[in-house]
Ligand binder design. Sequence first.
Ligand SMILES: NC(=O)c1ccc[n+]([C@@H]2O[C@H](COP(=O)([O-])OP(=O)(O)OC[C@H]3O[C@@H](n4cnc5c(N)ncnc54)[C@H](O)[C@@H]3O)[C@@H](O)[C@H]2O)c1
Length: 244
Amino acid sequence: MCQNAGARGAKVAVTDVDDASGEAVAADIRRAGGAAIYLHQDVTDEARWLEVVGAVEKRHGRLDVTVANAGIAIRSAIIDMTLAAWRRQQAVNLEGVFLSVKHAVPAMRRAGGGSLVVMSSLAGLRGAAGLAGYCATKGGVRLFAKAAAIEHAEYNIHVNSVHPGIIDTDIWRKMVPAADAVRRNEPTDIHALSRTFVPLARTGEAQNVADGALFLASAASDYMTGAELVMDGGMFGGGMRRQG
Ligand SMILES: NC(=O)c1ccc[n+]([C@@H]2O[C@H](COP(=O)([O-])OP(=O)(O)OC[C@H]3O[C@@H](n4cnc5c(N)ncnc54)[C@H](O)[C@@H]3O)[C@@H](O)[C@H]2O)c1
């Protein structure tokens, strides 16, 4: 995502709690001839949002685009889910998005407009067993984005949500397989899942989602706000593929 923006000439500030990965992304952008810095940021920390937005404005004079991408997924049946696990997902996935909009908007108003891209999920459009806590956060992101779009349209600030399906990233490797899926003998490997459930019969790549985010960040989506960009190989629109 950040690499895409860097390649198109954006001056990028990459933020994460994982300093090694974040530094590596910023270094990749610079190696490719783009401009990028890395800043440590926990998206649940409101004071840090003020510092990060301030640092970007000080360095570049303005903030035009924010992609609220940080997210975690904790797999658990509802009756087994701890309140701490529920609250942790709310804090990162939903409160992090709220704070991104709250603190980016004043800078975008100073810049005369901007684009906020917030990461929801297919799980923000439909339910998934074992992911109720995650679904609740991503459904919240979806409607928060629509309200934010209406609230900030008069300032030429666009707010749109992205809804990826099964994308090959580390989030899947950090999640333990759902016990009930194992019991039902359903595939737990994401590529096997994709062959079974995705109409295009393949797993998405991070680049697919990056392309969508770049579109929403660019003038090509100038007449879009409060909209949902679904990037899921056809699962939502086309229903689930079932082989064999
Ligand atoms: N991979 C998929 O299939 C998929 C599908 C739908 C939606 N999404 C969403 O896409 C977004 C990106 O996830 P990903 O798939 O690249 O997973 P990922 O685990 O590779 O990336 C998530 C990133 O968020 C960072 N992060 C976690 N907690 C943070 C915090 N408190 N503050 C700052 N950064 C934090 C992690 O360090 C990591 O770099 C997430 O919002 C996720 O929910 C992913």
